[in-house]
Design a protein around this ligand. Structure first.
Ligand SMILES: *[C@@H]1O[C@H](CO)[C@@H](O)[C@H](O)[C@H]1NC(C)=O
Ligand SMILES: *[C@@H]1O[C@H](CO)[C@@H](O)[C@H](O)[C@H]1NC(C)=O
Ligand SMILES: *[C@@H]1O[C@H](CO)[C@@H](O)[C@H](O)[C@H]1NC(C)=O
Length: 627
């Protein structure tokens, strides 16, 4: 029985051919923001577990524990924010490399309340990718939600020294440039495997397909993404092609191989069954893509895993065919694409997969399964719906990301704490803080159609039409005796102005002007003045027989008032004349008879009406009446 060892040889050989390509360590930047002496931008390697904040940043204080510095045991201290020193910023833990799995360190830090882990390399070397172990030690893998990064020994030593001296050390982890974001479409690949019996990794892979399927399909259907699934295969070295091992692990005469699922050639399914099913999955994608429905791949993979599992011995061509048919895909085309696995010839589909595996551009070789590639860069971290969506979202050129990227799944919830440091109007529940996957932004909002303008941090003001509806446009407003007076005016697009009868800044206060005291009104002889809120009342000396004329600040006799009343009649009369109703001539003479000099004098105060104009006006009326 030569299981795993032999397997390793094949992998090794297959990989030497790919030596032209290389493994690329995916990085994000770490900016030391204090102490002064260490300030600067450094690089760190993104760990392939936990949840990196693709597209975003995380700012925290660095804590170097006094004991358990390798983080292999549970910490007996808490890294939760200690208010006296950290404010709203979380704590990152500095942990030495060595002794135990990276995932164990991350888990211990997470349960002690750390927001991120900085693992310090133990030797001077280029950065490496921290991966999760394959079989053992993965029991907490799925539950690690904090990001982990590896920093160089040099940077680590410097940070430790500062921390031990008692200096405040803070760093900003920045993933904003970890993935390119050139345009409004994201291309991504998922390097996967149809094998469903490889332990936690296979389970996580399937969980991911299940949870991400819906999102992936929506993104694809709306044209936001172009997705391609991929499968890694190995090949058998020439000399081994006729061996029992190659025959059981490979198809097409040793050309395309996969490791035995149980690593036992005499038991259960063999590597060749896995390659064969992988080939089906590529072909399903190809045929679905050719008919313009590439998203059917997600349904196929999902359904196949449920309907054709290895443990129920249904991992077969027949079962696959049932699933293909149920999805309405052309089974003949797919069978043609799959070809004859016994034939001693190349399969163009799998050949293309092998070529794609070799890195090009910035991507590097794909050697970890499963691997997600976003905009030709490998994603690192947990295959979790929210985390992956965040990564895909960060691949869009800013402002072109689909609305799903602004949904709750990918929010950072930074607004919950201290309102993200943004402007907040508590009384009216209006805030400038908006959570996005890129982190929070402080932007004056639009509330009920009213646009707020300002810097978003210290001030935002409602502006434009409708602004008075919200918080009265930030202006003064008061109600007294059932009368409400506001300094917000719809006519003015911004600012506040006390209405007539008031003085003040219009924002905090408007004070009633005492017109009587100021002697700005009711100065007619014998008149008595009484101030009211926002106005005044003036009564004439002559009592009931006299009427106070506000604009002119004068008193006139009631007789004149009746003439004034006539002036309104005159207005109505205009209307009548224009409508061509009524006997114009009669009114004309009556009107004239009332136009004695006294009335004309009063009316002149209401409209420019000297005798000349008056004559014109009558002519004009006459014309109108003639029509
Ligand atoms: C991981 O979290 C889930 C849900 O919170 C829980 O059911 C499971 O027991 C956890 N697993 C481990 C190993 O902690
Ligand atoms: C899928 O279809 C699109 C457009 O129809 C094409 O550009 C793309 O190359 C296809 N992908 C594959 C893997 O065939
Ligand atoms: C403020 O608005 C948010 C969202 O619009 C709502 O969830 C919350 O209950 C509101 N709070 C108050 C005090 O009105």
């Amino acid at each position: 029985m030569m299981g795993p060892g032999w397997c390793a040889v094949v992998v090794l050989l297959a990989m030497t051919e790919a030596a032209a390509g290389r493994f690329v360590v995916e990085k994000n930047s770490v900016r030391v923001t204090s102490p002064e002496g260490l300030k600067g931008k450094y690089e760190c390697a993104i760990g392939n577990f936990g949840v990196p904040q693709y597209g975003g940043t995380l700012h925290g204080w660095v804590v170097y524990p006094k004991v358990n510095r390798q983080g292999c045991k549970e910490f007996d201290v808490s890294f939760k924010d200690k208010e006296h020193r950290s404010g709203a910023r979380p704590n990152f833990v500095l942990i030495d490399r060595g002794e135990c799995f990276f995932t164990t360190k991350a888990w211990n830090a997470q349960i002690a309340g750390a927001a991120a882990v900085l693992v310090v390399d133990s030797k001077d070397e280029p950065l490496i990718t921290m991966d999760n172990p394959d079989d053992t030690g993965t029991k907490h893998l799925e539950n690690i939600t904090i990001p982990s990064v590896l920093i160089t020994k040099k940077l680590g030593e410097d940070l430790k020294k500062s921390a031990e001296k008692g200096e405040m050390v803070s760093v900003l982890l920045d993933w904003r440039e970890s993935l390119p974001h050139p345009d409004e479409r994201v291309e991504y690949e998922f390097w996967t495997n149809s094998n469903d019996e490889c332990g936690p990794k296979c389970d996580m892979q399937m969980d991911f397909v299940k949870s991400f399927r819906g999102t992936a399909q929506v993104l694809e259907q709306k044209g936001y993404t172009q997705f391609t699934p991929h499968y890694i295969t190995w090949y058998c070295p020439e000399a081994f092609v006729v061996s029992k091992q190659c025959k059981s692990q490979c198809i097409n005469h040793g050309r395309y191989c996969a490791p035995d699922p149980e690593q036992d050639f005499n038991k259960g399914y063999d590597g060749k069954d896995v390659v064969f099913q992988n080939l089906h999955q590529v072909c399903v994608f190809k045929v679905a893509n050719d008919t313009g429905k590439p998203w059917l791949w997600w349904d196929y993979v999902h359904d196949f895993a449920i309907r054709c599992p290895m443990k129920e011995k249904k991992y077969t061509h027949e079962c696959a065919s049932h699933v293909i048919k149920s999805l309405g895909l052309d089974i003949e085309k797919i069978d043609k694409c799959v070809g004859d696995p016994e034939a001693d010839e190349e399969n163009p589909i799998l050949k293309a997969e092998q070529d794609a595996q070799i890195g090009h551009g910035k991507r590097g070789d794909v050697t970890i399964l499963p691997t997600l590639v976003v905009n030709n860069r490998q994603y690192r971290g947990k295959l979790d719906k929210g985390a992956v969506l965040k990564a895909i979202c960060s691949g869009f050129e800013e402002t072109t990301e689909p609305t799903i990227c602004l949904s709750e799944d990918v929010q950072t919830n930074e607004c919950l704490e201290n309102n993200g440091g943004c402007w907040l109007d508590n009384d009216n529940n209006v805030t400038a803080c908006r959570d996005t996957f890129r982190g929070r932004v402080c932007e004056c909002p639009i509330v009920k159609g009213v646009k707020f303008v300002g810097d978003g941090y210290t001030n935002c003001e409602a502006s434009g039409i409708g602004r008075c509806e919200i918080n009265n446009g930030g202006c003064w407003k008061e109600t007294k005796n059932g009368k409400t007076i506001s300094a917000c005016s719809h006519e003015e697009s911004n600012g506040c102005k006390c209405p007539e009868g008031f003085k003040g800044d219009g924002i905090k206060s408007c004070e009633d002007i005492d017109e009587c005291k100021m002697k700005t009104a009711c100065q007619c002889t014998g008149c008595s003045c009484e101030n009211t809120w926002g106005s005044y009342e003036c009564s004439c000396a002559g009592g009931d027989s006299m009427l106070y004329m506000r604009e002119q600040d004068t008193c006139i006799s009631k007789q004149a008032v009746s003439s004034v009343g006539w002036s309104f009649m005159w207005v109505i009369f205009f209307g009548l004349v224009f409508a061509g109703v009524g006997a114009y001539a009669v009114y004309k003479y009556r009107l004239r008879s009332y136009m004695d000099s006294e009335i004309r004098a009063i009316m002149a105060q209401y409209m420019p009406l000297d005798s000349q104009e008056g004559a014109n006006q009558q002519q004009h009326v006459a014309h109108a009446g003639d029509i």
